[in-house]
Design a protein around this ligand. Structure first.
Ligand code: NAD
Ligand code: UDP
Length: 309
């Protein structure tokens, strides 16, 4: 199987490339290194079944493949908010480019959608049938609305051109290879804890998220791609919900840190609760996360410690 992974030099993308290569597949990684890093795929370069294309997906490209995982998109709020127009272009023009490619070569395409399509949800836990509560003009809208139109484009290409589509709505994923400057909560807290700096909680820390270890997310994505008759959207996330304050305490404890917790202003439109209903993934994919938050954080702390030294 020849597989294209857009955003393959990013956090999730690089783990996915590695997993697919280990399964014996031929993998093409496409990335413009906006948030991805060459060092994430450095260990894969010797593999004869691995190729890398430096390309900005907002510009059309044609590659002959059997499957496409479309992951290209900055996922961290600080990065997508730094370039909101580019982010919207990627989810619209980029999506059209990659869907056109899927149509021309008859490839199956899986879109990495997000829990952000639910915005600041009013229903808990979030089922795939929930339409969400998104501020269309807020600071997160370039990402949230972009991902929503990307889902809409996927369905339009299926309807008009019979493209073989799959939509996975990924919830907060963490693990080794998160970028140091990523700005998301797990990497921020771990780096602060390891460096003995203050742990910066935005708001009161009562907001919740549900954190899924990267190894579980990868298995979910691959399973989703493999089943023939499931279009989705399907939630992929860990159903164990926790407050940001609890996460901070856990990271301080697991990293044996002396860091103090400090409270900073809550960013605008920061979702209050987020928790996936994963009954659909359990039923159709026989998938649910296996890594506990303690084991996952330990693994991630160990990786950050090694990188720091
Ligand atoms: P990431 O920022 O580490 O990876 C994104 C990759 O896309 C990077 O390598 C980046 O350089 C690349 N990219 C950005 N713009 C591009 C462009 N114009 N052309 C080509 N490549 C481009 O983020 P991630 O956490 O690995 O997320 C990967 C995907 O999963 C994203 O689509 C994201 O929206 C989705 N997702 C991630 C999470 C999460 O918790 N990590 C949650 C929900 C959805
Ligand atoms: N957050 C925090 N301190 C940080 C980084 C993030 O308290 O240093 C909070 C953030 O306000 C949000 C939660 O942690 O409520 C998750 O943030 P992240 O950026 O990781 O992901 P998202 O908001 O997209 O789920």
């Amino acid at each position: 199987m020849k597989i294209l992974v857009t955003g393959g030099a990013g956090f999730i993308g690089s783990h996915l490339c590695e997993y697919l290569l280990n399964q014996g597949e031929e993998v093409i990684c496409l990335d413009n290194y906006f948030t991805g890093q060459k060092k994430n795929i450095f260990n894969l370069l010797d593999n004869k079944r691995f190729e890398v294309i430096r390309h900005d997906l907002t510009v059309p490209i044609f590659v002959e493949v059997d499957q496409i995982y479309n992951l290209a998109c900055p996922a961290s709020p600080i990065h997508y908010q730094r370039r909101p127009i580019k982010t919207i272009k990627l989810s619209t023009l980029g999506m059209i480019n990659v869907l056109g490619m899927a149509r021309r070569c008859g490839a199956r395409i899986l879109q990495a959608s997000t829990s952000e399509v639910y915005g600041d949800p009013k229903e808990h836990p979030q089922k795939e049938s929930y339409w969400g509560n998104v501020n269309p003009i807020g600071p997160r809208s370039c990402y949230d609305e972009g991902k929503r139109v990307a889902e809409s484009l996927m369905f339009a290409y299926r309807k008009e051109n019979n493209v073989d589509i799959k939509i996975a709505r990924i919830f907060n994923t963490y693990g080794p290879r998160m970028a140091f400057n990523d700005g998301r909560v797990v990497s921020n807290f771990i780096l602060q804890a390891l460096k003995g700096k203050n742990i910066t909680i935005y708001g009161k820390g009562t907001q919740t998220r549900s954190f899924c270890h990267i190894s579980d997310t990868i298995l979910g994505l691959v399973k989703m791609m493999a089943v023939p008759d499931l279009i989705g959207p399907v939630n992929l996330g860990n159903p164990k919900e926790m407050t940001i304050l609890d996460l901070a305490k856990k990271i301080i404890k697991l990293s044996h840190s002396k860091s103090k917790i400090v409270f900073k202003p809550l960013p605008e439109d920061d979702p209050e609760r987020r928790n996936p209903d994963i009954s659909l993934a359990k039923k159709k994919l026989d998938w649910e996360p296996k890594v506990t938050i303690e084991a996952g954080l330990e693994d991630t702390i160990k990786w950050f410690k090694r990188e720091l030294s």
